[in-house]
Ligand binder design. Sequence first.
Ligand SMILES: Cc1ncc(COP(=O)(O)O)c(C=O)c1O
Length: 424
Amino acid sequence: MTQKSTLTHPGHLMIGQLTATELVERFGTPLYVMDEKMIRNQMQLFKRVFVHPKLASEVIYASKAFLTLAMCNLVEQEGLSLDVVSGGELYTAYKAGFPMERIYFHGNNKSAQELAMAIELGCGTIVLDNPFELQLLLPLLDKPQRVLLRVNPGIDAHTHEYIATTKHDSKFGLSTADPATLTLIQQLSDEPLIRFMGLHAHIGSQIFEADSYRKEAETLLRFIRNHQLNIVELNLGGGFGIAYTEQDHPLTLSEFLPSLLDHIADQIEALKLNPIKIMIEPGRSIVANAGTTLYTIATTKTTVNGKNYVFVDGSMADHIRTALYGAHYTAVVANRIDVTPAVHYTVTGKACESGDIIIKDAYLPACQSGDILAVLSTGAYHYTMSSNYNRLPRPAVVFVSDNEARIVVRRETYEDLIRNDLGV
Ligand SMILES: Cc1ncc(COP(=O)(O)O)c(C=O)c1O
């Protein structure tokens, strides 16, 4: 569905050239809105700045952050590769017609069925996580298959424990400190149908420290040199942080990424290594700021102890990151953004959990029934982490481009909720 608006509305939150109010009137709430231009701009930025005269490089979008058929089309059009971690993500890319040779299949516990599907569809690269996956993969091969191995360089990227991934006891990959890693690398190099290209690591998410990435690269390059590994690709993962609130100070990617590649090129030269292609896998930093969740405010409540709640028509089912790891967000009253904040609210939803908190402390104008609450920067790990807890239908997803809006995922209905139920 596409409609056009040429109106501007002072006091209203704009997404593209449309007001949040207009989007709510057309599509209802709760609603995930993605600014398509912002997504494209971020992808173009990564492609533009992650280049170096002495190094080949590649940008791979980590689809776990946000994936739909329409998103696959954007990634394809902007010329990025795609990281998937499950049969479902792979299937989505396949159905969108995404070029299979540009797919990297990650995950720490790929099933035999998922690997068979990947091979049958012609998935470009399998990123193995452990020796068991190799045993599952080998019988499926009748022609050479590109493979990377996920390793842990043991870097502490100072992020939340649930999104830190490369301490040596992580569930992901094999530690560079573990002799078994070298045994597996040797086996991969010896297997006739495995084209062992190199290593992959991902040191966590929502990272603000340039140094963590430098250390990651240095550790892996030294690992390659110390063990004389014949490696031509090195994937450093994603994790580039974004600003959810004014307290967040992300890296400036246009400066940081070229400087990281400079550093890597120097290291490769100093260690006298053969040329290595460097890859990164951003997810959050491509889509998070492009997303806004719109809710309708029902009412407010002040407890006897003076705590203020504002009730919205969504819940932790469409916004889990606050409950999951205490993430912080910024919200505005979208139909009155020019009104000065006056009240500290806990924003909560409809789910039957005291932990159903969307924002713990949102400083907002006094909220009224019917106001629209916009929670900002919800483009990553919201739609993809949503659930039907309490049998709440998932919101629709709308793409806005300038003054056009189109539904890319329709709102779930009650019929959708019982579609797979049997036994009546
Ligand atoms: C292997 C891998 N690559 C890339 C990403 C993307 O991370 P981010 O969305 O923080 O950029 C993740 C996130 O968990 C990941 O596990």
